[in-house]
Design a protein around this ligand. Structure first.
Ligand SMILES: Nc1ncnc2c1ncn2[C@@H]1O[C@H](COP(=O)(O)OP(=O)(O)OP(=O)(O)O)[C@@H](O)[C@H]1O
Length: 305
């Protein structure tokens, strides 16, 4: 029997008056994995998080968090789910260290506070009131509060927004450590490299609908290769190259060849085979595979045009 997923969303619909923010969204977050929810502004990410966190009832469909209804089982879920609060929700006069101790006191088996303080470099501002913290410091504290209770599942809504490069790396390390410890993570982000680095699975939504899903590798491999250049002897008869699809070889400048059209692994192999068949002396091959950002821009712009 398959283990109950950490999060299961089926056919979820959310409406605000005339606006349909989510229009039948399905997703599944397996235990001990990181799922990144991506989408342009207004795609419906926050609405979906609110439904999963039990703050809003969907107008259609079902959500199960650790096998339970997030709305009716809030009390049971509270110690099992970590939520990274954006801005509000925390007392502005409370000091960072007090908040951390308070949140730890709710948990049966909290994480080691010294370790968290060191990892997220909270030590310098533990005595500072929440409202006086910088945006990046608030984010670091919010992450610490979300994970201090050793939750089974964590919702992270743009966790590294406003963080400097060092804090961002520390956050990535914490997310990796959570996953390593078997924690499931739902991560929304506008940073595609962040998703590519951390996520086991990616779900891209646009205008309330899922438009692409897969592992980062599946999504980028299916999208093919962005560019392929070969340096070899000048003046080869490029017109004789028979390549799959619409791919073709052009000699941009003498000795510098570029492959145009849709390039994938089969085309790349055919290109190198053609150079070999010419008896050409190849001195360099450069390729850039498509990134998750290329895929994201392609699928989110499609249909928006
Ligand atoms: N309280 C609300 N009342 C009316 N419309 C809303 C409300 N909240 C969200 N919307 C609309 O629902 C849609 C989805 O919004 P949502 O905030 O879920 O998107 P998002 O993907 O989180 O966007 P962003 O990346 O900008 O945070 C948008 O069109 C938004 O304008």
């Amino acid at each position: 029997m398959r283990e109950t997923p950490a999060l299961s969303v089926a056919g979820v619909v959310v409406r605000y008056g005339e606006t349909t923010a989510l229009d039948g969204v399905d997703l599944r977050l397996e235990r001990g994995t990181v799922l990144s929810l991506l989408g342009p502004n207004g795609a419906g990410k926050t609405s979906l998080l609110q439904v999963c966190e039990g703050y809003r009832r969907p107008d259609g469909g079902t959500v199960e968090v650790l096998g339970a209804d997030p709305h009716t089982a809030r009390g049971w879920l509270m110690p099992r789910v970590g939520i990274m609060l954006q801005g509000g929700g925390l007392h502005p006069s409370a000091r960072a260290g007090e908040l951390l101790k308070l949140f730890a006191s709710y948990a049966a088996n909290p994480l080691d506070l010294d370790m968290l303080v060191e990892r997220l470099e909270l030590g310098r501002f533990l005595g500072t009131r929440y409202r006086r913290l910088s945006g990046g410091e608030q984010q670091r504290l919010a992450l610490a509060l979300a994970v201090v209770g050793r939750p089974e599942l964590v919702f992270l809504d743009e966790p590294t927004a406003g963080m400097d490069a060092q804090a961002r790396r520390a956050t990535w390390d914490i997310i990796r450590a959570l996953r390593h410890d078997g924690v499931s993570v739902l991560l929304t982000t506008h940073l595609l490299d962040e998703a590519e680095k951390l996520a086991d699975d990616v779900v891209i939504i646009r205008r309330g609908e899922v438009i692409a899903t897969g592992t980062p590798q599946q999504l980028t491999a299916a999208a093919g290769i962005e560019s392929l250049h070969v340096d070899a002897d000048p003046g080869l008869a490029v017109a004789t190259a028979a390549l799959p699809g619409d791919a073709a070889i052009t000699e941009e400048i003498p000795g510098r060849y570029t492959v145009t059209g849709r390039v994938d692994a089969a085309v790349a192999a055919a290109v190198l085979g053609w150079f070999a068949a010419q008896g050409a002396h190849v001195t360099a091959v450069q390729s850039r595979r498509r990134t998750l950002e290329d895929v994201f821009l392609e699928v989110t712009l499609e249909g928006a045009r």
